[in-house]
Ligand binder design. Sequence first.
Ligand SMILES: Nc1ncnc2c1ncn2[C@@H]1O[C@H](COP(=O)(O)OP(=O)(O)OP(=O)(O)O)[C@@H](O)[C@H]1O
Length: 311
Amino acid sequence: MATTPDATAEPAVHVAGLRRTYPGHTGLHQLDLTVPAGSLTALIGPNGSGKTTTMRLLLGLDQPEAGTGTVLGSPLNHPARYLPQVGALIEQPALYPQLTGRKNLRVLAELAGLGDDHIHRALSRTGMEQQADRPVATYSLGMRQRLGIAVALLTEPRLLILDEPTNGLDPVGTAQLRELLRSLTSDGTTVLISSHQLNELDAICDHFVFLYQGATLFQGDRNALAASQHSSIEAAPERKDQLTALTSAFTEAGYDVRRHEDRLLVDTAAEHAGELNRTAAAHGITLSHLTVRRPTLEEAFFSLLRQESQC
Ligand SMILES: Nc1ncnc2c1ncn2[C@@H]1O[C@H](COP(=O)(O)OP(=O)(O)OP(=O)(O)O)[C@@H](O)[C@H]1O
């Protein structure tokens, strides 16, 4: 992670109980969201869970029927007070394809009364200087997304809101965007990002918000997410013919064990790794592999969903 968010600073976003319904659909019915200042916060949820609706409410593009909160210290119901310090990319960036990237930025900078220095910094922060003088029509999707982020950065916002910016990008475009987002938070910008590519968010984000059917299922940092999950330990014997004996040894010692290919998954906390090692040794089994396994974001999401449906 590029920076550690300051947990004592006022959050960039702190809203609670947001509701926005549509005829026949509940867009949001109980959204609580805190985005710590300086964090790269992931907004995660299946199709229709309310990610875009949340972002539209934060950007003043729509109004909640209930709920309160602040964005950059100003009330949510007075977006004009905070919007000058917020940049956003919602869906595809609106760009003039026949103009160059730089000219697109110039048109928008002039409208906002901003000078060339802002254009220069936006291009430099997004790594787009080399391509700035080519018509946007010749850009790849990844370049368009980066120029879209350059547009959002023109006003040098404190908070950047990005809805599915990795959509449609190939692995190279996604990796470039990942580096860009890391560099933004190292400059002190707070970023709220939604994406379906959970492994991408796992790699770069330090705060996670899970939405399900218009409500917040979980929010917190990586430690809180880990604490909400059952950890497991992966173990494998050096000799594959001892897998069954190792399973019995762990089971007799009271552990819950599942076999996964040529490894065993033991549902237990990280501090039991030493005990597992000793149990194996006591049965004459040498382990060639013993690691604590952190659930992926996807596994964490589905496990929280299961816990919720059992309540
Ligand atoms: N303008 C609208 N009119 C009617 N229903 C809407 C409108 N906007 C959103 N909804 C409904 O609200 C719910 C949440 O939609 P939203 O677009 O916020 O979800 P999402 O999590 O962003 O989904 P996706 O991942 O598919 O983009 C959905 O059931 C959707 O159909």
